[in-house]
Design a protein around this ligand. Structure first.
Ligand code: G3H
Ligand code: 13P
Ligand code: ZN
Length: 332
């Protein structure tokens, strides 16, 4: 058993309370490798932003749980080395799909876990969430739950349509499950194809797709039911067209990739939405950089050259999200 406190990490409780009061959101960036982690920590340290390092089940399998634990501990030390005296860093399990996985993360130094039982029937979602909460809270680890189903792929859970969270269920769910934060469905979805072209309109000037707005009425109704309760938005990549265009012009194939407009995320961040999940944008930045180096210098075979540029692109992206979208700069 390793406590996250020994690793210098924090849970989300105080972080979320401050974010709701302050009208900003904490970035939850997924990481799978060293370059992503370096870029996240550099961006957070330079902007003095609290940050959530998010690890999916797939990332945990990819990176190895023991290595991950030391990477997170290393991240705290790296942040200090960069001049961030008291780093506010959370290590969070993204989309945990079983009690056993959540328990293993709690036991391995995570400071926060998500149990995503949103695809189960309502009562089963409550029961499984409650079981995770009861275990995690013994170690002061915070728990995120999900109610409502996002369209797209949620790890191995697939849903063709989005089912918005039902505001009339949230009080009962939060009270009976004991969760610390709640991910809701208001029209975001995972990946780089959040809307089909049929769901969008087209800007006549640029020919670019314009997505339908998020269901802010659902968010407002949830906040009315659960005043001051931490709300989480998954699937919040904006799919920057500059990266999509770069990838496509360098031999990639991402037709009609589209995300959530950043103004809408900024608006959400000012509300009780205090955690915003971003993964796909970082993948796009990484891929654009790798394609650029390998296309411009076909003879290059030193991974530090293309992974190095990928790291630079991601750091820029993370800083932009922190400062211009979430407003969490200077809050740690
Ligand atoms: O919500 C899903 C995250 O983007 C993680 O994706 O399962 O491919 O690591 P992954
Ligand atoms: P994106 O695919 O929009 O980056 O969402 C990531 C996410 O929700 C991770 O849990
Ligand atoms: Zn997610």
């Amino acid at each position: 058993m390793v406590s996250y406190k020994e690793l210098g990490l924090v849970n989300t409780r105080e972080m979320f309370a401050k974010a709701i009061k302050g009208g900003y959101a904490i970035p939850a960036f997924n990481f799978n490798n060293m370059e992503q982690l370096q870029a996240i920590i550099k961006a957070a340290a330079e902007t003095k932003s609290p940050v959530i390092l998010q690890v999916s089940k797939g990332a945990r399998n990819y990176a190895n749980q023991t290595l991950l634990r030391y990477m997170a501990q290393g991240a705290v030390e790296y942040a200090k080395e960069l001049g961030w005296e008291h780093p506010q860093i959370v290590l969070h399990l993204d989309h945990g799909d079983s009690f056993e996985l959540c328990k293993s993360c709690v036991d391995f130094g995570f400071s926060s876990v998500m149990i995503d039982a949103s695809s189960l029937p309502y009562e089963e979602n409550i029961a499984l969430t409650k079981k995770v909460v009861e275990y995690a809270h013994q170690f002061d680890v915070t728990v995120e739950a999900e109610l409502g189903v996002l369209a797209g792929v949620e790890d191995e859970v697939s849903s063709a349509v989005s089912h918005y969270t039902k505001p009339e269920e949230v009080v009962d769910f939060a009270t009976r499950s004991g969760c610390d934060s709640l991910a809701i469905s208001i029209g975001t979805s995972h990946g780089a194809y959040k809307f089909t072209p049929e769901q969008c309109t087209r800007d006549p000037k640029t020919g670019k797709l314009v997505p339908p707005p998020l269901a802010f009425d659902v968010l407002d109704a949830v906040m009315e039911q659960l005043p001051g309760f931490p709300i989480v938005l998954h699937g919040s990549s904006s799919v920057p067209q500059e990266y999509v265009d770069m990838i496509n012009s360098l031999g990639g194939k991402l037709p009609d990739a589209i995300g959530i407009p950043e103004e809408q995320l900024r608006k959400a961040a000012k509300s009780a939405v205090c955690k915003i999940n971003i993964d796909s944008d970082s993948r796009l930045a990484f891929t654009a950089a790798v394609r650029k180096v390998l296309t411009e210098k076909p003879g290059e075979f030193d991974p530090r050259k293309y992974c190095g540029l990928a790291r630079d692109f991601m750091e820029e992206l993370y800083k932009h999200k922190i400062i211009d979208v979430l407003g969490s700069d200077g809050k740690a």
